[in-house]
Design a binder for this molecule. Structure first.
Ligand code: ATP
Ligand code: MG
Length: 295
């Protein structure tokens, strides 16, 4: 089966006070339909920027400077970066980009894809939820996107059903609550319901447990696991916690300094099978996991 998402030679650069810095350096990976791809790597290794490029949300200039990102929806192939060369000009060694034009192009291309094709869950769920809308209304907005023909009553029922599926106690009460009335863990469950109710082909979860208490973190990880068992979903899951990633992912890419240093199945990593890149071996042994043979 062809991949749902293919990223090839992705390059992201930012202009800083000390000149242009490449923060994602020719990153390539595929994601099969129904596959969970974990991304591991130290802080600043480019995990978030890689997924932001897929979402069309890289902020900062010049941002995406090369590569291709292809999404497949049935027989449709959408090249998210297919117009990139049009906005890049080269004068000798100087490479510049028309960032304003690019932002407009990305927005036009991505708008129909956000929500339906892909959506994301980030850390700090309280900031991702709208503080002025009840949780139920936010889940209902997502449902309306996925199932526009439902009546208001049907949407309301489905929203309570989603809140139940993310294992919220008293889903009926939570439906009428505002985000500030919920704990951090409950907000993250609500955010997951908002994301999944859109029925996205691709879900991106970027450190969804960071900032939560240890026990709540474990509950959220178990919730993802249960939701994946209920229904296979294409997902990218980022965490600093290697155990979390190995528990949820089918395959893992390990990033360091903007590059992919290893791509391996989660099973081989868990069992210490095969050869390991030095950096991966270090991450594994720091977590008391078998680090396998050095590459
Ligand atoms: N707008 C920007 N301008 C300049 N540098 C940026 C900008 N956005 C991100 N960066 C830099 O890009 C690099 C990669 O950032 P990214 O957020 O992808 O890291 P990460 O792997 O997600 O790290 P963390 O684990 O801390 O979330 C970092 O060094 C970051 O400081
Ligand atoms: Mg990050």
């Amino acid at each position: 089966m062809s991949p749902l998402l293919s990223v090839e030679d992705l390059v992201i650069e930012f202009d800083t006070a000390r000149g242009r810095r490449r923060v994602v350096d020719r990153v390539s990976f595929d994601l099969a339909p129904g596959e969970v791809l974990g991304i591991l790597g130290e802080s600043g290794s480019g995990k978030t920027m890689t997924t932001m490029a897929v979402l069309g949300l890289v902020a900062g200039e010049p941002g995406v400077m090369g590569g291709s990102i292809t999404l497949r929806d049935g027989d449709d192939e959408i090249g998210l970066l297919s117009d990139l060369e049009q906005v890049i000009s080269r004068k000798g060694k100087r490479v510049s980009k028309n960032c304003r034009k690019w932002r407009r192009m990305v927005h036009a291309r991505m708008r129909p894809l956000w929500g339906r094709m892909m959506t994301a869950v980030f850390q700090n769920p309280r900031h991702s939820l709208d503080p002025l809308m009840t949780v139920g209304a936010q889940v209902e907005e997502s449902i309306a996107l996925a199932l526009p023909d439902l009546t208001a009553a049907q949407r309301g029922e489905k929203a309570v059903d989603w809140l139940d599926r993310v294992q919220m106690n008293e889903p009926g009460r939570v439906h009428g609550s505002y985000p500030h009335e919920l704990s951090g863990g409950m907000c993250q469950r609500a955010m997951i319901a908002v994301a999944l109710a859109r029925r996205p082909k691709l879900l991106i979860a970027d450190e969804p447990t960071t900032g939560l208490d240890t026990t709540v973190r474990a509950e959220i990880v178990e919730l993802f696991r249960a939701l994946l068992e209920e229904e296979r979903r294409s997902m990218m899951y980022i965490s600093h916690d290697i155990r979390e990633v190995l528990y949820l992912a089918d395959r893992v890419i390990v990033m360091k300094g903007g590059r992919v240093v290893e791509t391996e199945t989660a099973e081989n990593l868990r069992l210490g099978r095969g050869q390991r890149a030095d950096y991966t071996a270090m991450l594994l042994s720091a977590a008391d996991l078998p680090s396998g043979a050095a590459a």
